[in-house]
Each structure stands twice: as structure tokens, then as C-alpha cells.
Design a protein around this ligand. Structure first.
Ligand code: SF4
Ligand code: SF4
Length: 384
């Protein structure tokens, strides 16, 4: 596959970003940590604060977490918690960016995260946004809007700044610009063969919440320019099975299953997940009152914590059609009950649409790589 300089830049961005955050903190500004797409960045940035995502995608911190938490919760929660309480990384009994966070902005989604937030509150003040679990219910929207107002107040208290509609409108435009850039990258993926691999796109998606908005925009513009320069004969063979991944998020450091798919003959053309389309697909309506527009956009995120979550099935079918998907890999993390159970309805819908699906339930270890690889091989062969 093609080599992109912009991706090299992303790969090497960690140290630069940590120094940038440290400088930012030294200037007296506030930093918050988040774990979920339901937290609107626009409100954080409009308050003058900055944000890092704290979701863990590494396996080496799972064992540390298991000294405190039950083994039978999802690896994302264990990895996140393990890196936070690990004292080997920065000497401040936490990972380097967690050590700089002034507040965590959490959300009531799955049980494991909810309970983890109660523990994290002992380390750093944690504000929890309560989510209506039935997003289409008659009282859900107003309830969510009130919760976003409380979150805005919490940010104002933390920073001492007033979050005005003008500041929110500016941040909404900025975040929409990032969303539009991701849409442009996804447009390229409709081609056969796509000029960029799924694993490369995933790495950018994973980093979008770690880097500053300005940095990620710069990288996305650079990447789009580079993709436009890729010639047809540099793209590899057309006709490879076109795969969509759907399910749990793949946090930074975790590319296990995409790597397997693309090294075994498939090409990933779309991801219906929080490290995929859910992070950017819907824009915030810039013609509306900012808080209302934010609530409208964020309440629609089709997370399996919501019930019913039929919007997700509609999105999967629409993406499968638009990206000419040959097969879907339904990816879940062990003990993620929401996505594991929701598999049933997704499978029914895909079966009806005549789209084959492979179910992969895994963790962050490499113990099952061979066994999953055999199943991926068989799936690719069936699709070829
Ligand atoms: S899957 Fe749900 S809980 Fe996890 S990041 Fe996405 S919206 Fe949040
Ligand atoms: S992967 Fe599932 S169980 Fe894990 S944090 Fe996300 S929603 Fe919760």
C-alpha cells in the first residue's frame, strides 16, 4: 500500500503533543480528559480548555487494571484504567497526559465505564453527563439539553470563562470542518481499489482526539493532497473483497483485527464505530441556536448503550450500499454486552440485505490471532 508522509507525522506526534499540553498547562489553562463521543468537544473548546482522550488501546496495562477491577469487563475499560493507575510511566502514578488533566468529563453509557468513573473521581474531579437511554423518547431531548447545560456550567466554573453562543458557533464551525475533511477521505474509499488502506485511515481516526484541532486539520489537508496524487498503478489490485467493520471502538494502539483483514486479502472501506463514521458523519447544524444544535447532533450517536438503537442498523445498511461493501466484520470486545447482544439484530438486517457477516469477539492480547486469522481467511475466500 501507499506510503503517506502525513501518516509518518501522525505516528511521531506523541511527544510534540505532550510538550504542547505541558506548555499550555504552564500558561494556566485547563485540560480535561474524556472517554466517549457523547461529550461535545465544542463546549470544552469554547470554554478555553483543551482536551485529551483517555481511552486505552494497549494490552500491557490490562494486567495492572486486573489487580483492582474484575477480569470480566471489557479490555478498553481495563486498559484505560490500567494506564491511569500505572506508576511506571511518569512517576506521578498515572499516564503522562492523565497526570495533567484537571477534570474528567464522563458520561453514563455502559456499566463498566459508569463504575470506573466513580473510582476515577477519587483521582481527579469527574463530571458525569447523564444520557437519556431511550433517545427517541418524548422527554429525552430536553433532558439531554439540560445535561449539556450543566456540563457547560461545569466548564465555566473550571475555566472561569463564559461560554457564549459566539464562541460555541466558532467551535462548531471548526469541528464541522474536521468532519467535512473526514468525509472527503471517506469519498476516496468508495473507489476500487481505494487509494488508502483501512488501517491507515484508522490510525488517523484514532489520533484525532489526541491531537489539537489545528494539528489534526493540518494533517487531514496534507493527507487529502497526498491521496489526490496517488496514481492508479500505485494502488494495488482492484477487486479485493471490500469490508466494512462495525462494532466497538478501536482505541489508539489497537489495530489487531484491521491488520488481519488487510494482510489476508481484504480491503477495509468503512468503519461503523466510534473510531469511524460515528465520530464525524453528522455535522452540527450551524443555522440553529448552538446548544440546541449540539444536543440534536450528539443525541443521535448510535451507541449500543441506547435502546432501541435502530438508527445504527439503518446507518450500517446505508454505508454498506454507498461503499459497495462485500462483507461486514462485526467486531466486539469481550464482555462488551451492548455490542455483543446487538449483533443479533445487525446480523438479521444484513442477512435480509444479502450481505455476509463475520463475527469476531476478541481482546487486546495476541493469543487468538491465529484462530481469528483462520476465520478471516475463510471469510475472504468466500467473498472472493
Ligand atoms: S461505543 Fe458508546 S460508550 Fe463507547 S465511545 Fe462510542 S458512544 Fe461512547
Ligand atoms: S467497548 Fe463496550 S463495554 Fe467497553 S467501554 Fe465501550 S461500550 Fe463499554
Amino acid at each position: 500500500m501507499q506510503y503517506f508522509k502525513s501518516l509518518e507525522h501522525i505516528k511521531n506526534s506523541y511527544n510534540g503533543r505532550i510538550c504542547q499540553i505541558a506548555d499550555y498547562k504552564r500558561s494556566g489553562k485547563k485540560l480535561v480528559g474524556t472517554f466517549c463521543l457523547f461529550v461535545p468537544d465544542e463546549i470544552i473548546f469554547a470554554s478555553g480548555a483543551n482536551r485529551v482522550i483517555l481511552c486505552g488501546g494497549r494490552n500491557d496495562t490490562v494486567a495492572i487494571a486486573e489487580q483492582y477491577l474484575p477480569r470480566n469487563i471489557c479490555p478498553l475499560v481495563k486498559s484505560s484504567f490500567g494506564s491511569i493507575i500505572n506508576d511506571g510511566c511518569s512517576g506521578v502514578r498515572s499516564c503522562s497526559h492523565f497526570g495533567m488533566v484537571d477534570m474528567i468529563i464522563a458520561e453514563n453509557t455502559c456499566d463498566s465505564k459508569k463504575k470506573m468513573y466513580e473510582i476515577l473521581n477519587d483521582y481527579v474531579p469527574t463530571h458525569v453527563i447523564d444520557l437519556p437511554q431511550r433517545p427517541d423518547g418524548s422527554t429525552a431531548f430536553n433532558y439531554f439539553l439540560q445535561e449539556l447545560d450543566k456540563f457547560k456550567n461545569a466548564m465555566e466554573m473550571l475555566t472561569g470563562n463564559v461560554v457564549t453562543d459566539e464562541l460555541l458557533a466558532k467551535e462548531i464551525r471548526s469541528s464541522n470542518e474536521i468532519r467535512e475533511l473526514f468525509h472527503r477521505i471517506y469519498e476516496f474509499r468508495k473507489e476500487d481499489p481505494p487509494p488508502i488502506s483501512g488501517t491507515d485511515v484508522l490510525k488517523v481516526l484514532q489520533k484525532q482526539y489526541f491531537l489539537s484541532s489545528e494539528e489534526i486539520k493540518k494533517i487531514l489537508y496534507m493527507l487529502i493532497n497526498e491521496i489526490e496524487m496517488v496514481k492508479q498503478d500505485e494502488r494495488g489490485k482492484p477487486g479485493k473483497p471490500r469490508i466494512m467493520i462495525t462494532g466497538c471502538p478501536m482505541s489508539g494502539g489497537n489495530t489487531k483485527v484491521p491488520d488481519m483483514i488487510e494482510s489476508r486479502g481484504g480491503v477495509i472501506v468503512a468503519e461503523e464505530s466510534c473510531t469511524g463514521t460515528r465520530s464525524f458523519w453528522d455535522l452540527v447544524d450551524e443555522s440553529k441556536e448552538p446548544m440546541v444544535a449540539l444536543a440534536e447532533r450528539y443525541i443521535k450517536i448510535p451507541c449500543s448503550c441506547m435502546s432501541p438503537n435502530l438508527r445504527r442498523i439503518d446507518n450500517i445498511l446505508e454505508l454498506a450500499r454507498d461503499f459497495k461493501v462485500d462483507g461486514v466484520v462485526y467486531y466486539t470486545l469481550q464482555f462488551c454486552h451492548g455490542y455483543n447482544i446487538e449483533k443479533h439484530k445487525v446480523q438479521q438486517a444484513l442477512r435480509k440485505a444479502g450481505i455476509p457477516m463475520l463475527f469476531v469477539e476478541t481482546d487486546y492480547s495476541s493469543a487468538d490471532v491465529e484462530q481469528i486469522g483462520i476465520r478471516v481467511d475463510a471469510f475472504m475466500e468466500m467473498l472472493s
